[in-house]
Design a binder for this molecule. Sequence first.
Ligand SMILES: N[C@@H](CCC(=O)N[C@@H](CS)C(=O)NCC(=O)O)C(=O)O
Length: 383
Amino acid sequence: MALVLYTGPANPNAFKALITAEYSGVKLELAKDFRLGVSNYTPEFLKMSPIGRVPVLETPDGAIFDSNAIARYVASLKADNPLYGSSLIDHARVEQWIDFAATRIEGGLLSLLWATSGRFDSIAFHANMLTFLIKAFKKSLHAINIHLANNTYLVGHSITLADIVMTCNLYWGYSRIMTKDFMSEFPHVERYFWTMVNQPNFKVVVGEVKQAKAVPAVLSLTMAPTKEQAKPKEFEPKEVKKEASPSKAAEAEEEEAPKPKPRYPLDLPRSKMILDEQGLYSYTKTNFFEVAIKDLCDMHDPEGYSLWFCESKYIEENTLFKAKGLWLFCGQEIPQFVIESYDMELYEWTKVDISDELQKERINAMMKDPIKNESKFYAKCLK
Ligand SMILES: N[C@@H](CCC(=O)N[C@@H](CS)C(=O)NCC(=O)O)C(=O)O
C-alpha cells in the first residue's frame, strides 16, 4: 500500500512531509478529490484525525496526524537519514528546533494571524493584544536570528529535518505578515529562509514563494516604527528672524501646523442610525427577530451603513458545509480587515439594495429563521 497524504492545496504543514520525502527518496501520493472543509469532517476521516485536521498520512500500519510527526515518520523510513544529523547531539538539536518551530513559530504566528483576521472588535483590547503578540513573536525570531548569525543551518553543516520544519512554519508568516520591512530586524532569518526555499528539493514542492508586500492594515497601526522611522531627528536650531516677512511667517506656520492624526480604518462619519439607541440587539435566546431586529430594513441608513449578503462560493448539492450571512458595515465598503481575512476568497459578497422588495424579503427571512429549509448535517446560527 502506498503512503497517502491528505491535505488541502498549498498547505505548508503538508510541505514538511513532501520536502522530507524528496530528501529521503520516499514516494508519497496525494489523496485524490480531497476537499478541505468537507472531506476532513467525514466519519472515516475523523477516525484518522480526531479533530479533522490535515495533513494526515495513511500508512500500511495506520494513519498519522500532525505534520511534524508525519515528517519524522517519513524521515525515519530512510536508514541513517542525514536529515537527523550525524551524531546523538545533532539528533537532539534537530528535535529541539522542531519543537521550537512548533511552539514559538507556529504557535506565535497562529495567534498573530487570528488577531489580524478582524475577528476581534474591541479596538483597545485588540491593540494591546497585538502589541503583546508581536513582541512575543519577534522575541522568537530574534532567538533564531542570533543562532543563524553564526550558522548556515539550524544544526550542523547541512540541511536537517529541523530546517524543513522551521522553513515551512515560517512560510505562513512570510506570505501574510513578514514583509521585507518587518524582517529588517532579522537579516539572518531572512537570508536563511530564502536559501531554504530556493533549494531544489524545497522548490519542487513549494514553488515560487511570494513575500507579503504589506502587513495587514490593522497590524500596521500597532507596530513600532522601523529603525529608520524611529531615528530621532537631528536638532536644528531655527534662526529666529526678528522681522520675518508676512509670507515667510505664513510659510513657517504652515510647516508647523500639526499634521492630522492618521484615522483608524473604521473612523467613519457618524450615522443617524445609532444601533445602541435603536435596540437592534438583544441577548434573547428565542424570538430574536421579533424582539430586536424586525425593523432593521425600515431603520436602515444606507448612507451611513451598508448591508451585505455573504455566501460560500463552491456550494454544491450534498455539501456538508456552507455558510450564509448578512453583514452590516459602517460605511459603503467591506472593511479592509475583513477583505484580508484568510478565508475571504471562499465567499461571494453582494451589496444589499434596500429599495428592492425581494432583497428585503430575503433579509427578513434570513433573520427570522436563518436555517429554515436548509438540508443540514450540522447547522449553527450566529447572531
Ligand atoms: N499542528 C497541526 C496543525 C493542523 C491544522 O491546524 N491544520 C489545518 C490546516 S493548516 C486544518 O486542518 N484545518 C481544518 C479545516 O480548515 O477544516 C499540524 O502541524 O499538523
